[in-house]
Design a protein around this ligand. Sequence first.
Ligand SMILES: [Zn+2]
Ligand SMILES: [Zn+2]
Length: 207
Amino acid sequence: MDLKGHFKTITHHRHEVMKNCFRVGLYKQGLLHDLSKYSPEEFIRGVKYYQGDRSPNDAERRTNGMSRAWLHHKGRNRHHFEYWIDYDVTTAGKGQMTGLKMPMNYLVEMACDRIAASKTYMGENYTDSHPLEYFNRGKDHYMMHPKTKKYLEKILTILAEEGEEQAFRYMRYLLRKDREVLREKAREKCSCKCTCKCSCKCKEQSK
Ligand SMILES: [Zn+2]
Ligand SMILES: [Zn+2]
């Protein structure tokens, strides 16, 4: 039980994620990251099961067999791959669940989150390889879409092998590429008298 400790940990974590998100241009996501941790459902349990060097959710799970704080958190925060678990449409009727492909902006926020969480919990012992080591320990058990896994692994591998500057450069590249694909898709759908937000020339032509 540590109110001040928990408040400081989540606030410090939010600031670290914000810095990371701002470096890749995800301003809104940086500002809104993990705000649900201040809701009573998450905050009170975080205080009660405060650990300091790791997430309070594990302690809550060990005590109660589940973490209500985590269930509340993952259901509201799209930067967690667990948010994107749903029934698999390719096996309709069989009730099989699967990890959906995460939109790139949330995938990048997830990487920013993991880097920040490693720093918060490892303190002075943090190295650029820690987020990859943490990912490697869990990856075989994750219900995560293969493409999401591939990109996250690549970001964290670049971080471990080439450092932060290169990893953030790669994330900016992924976001840029993704925006181009989305713009292209919007353009394909567009049939003038343009109401979509694509950057085609329709608006000017229809004037
Ligand atoms: Zn979160
Ligand atoms: Zn976070």
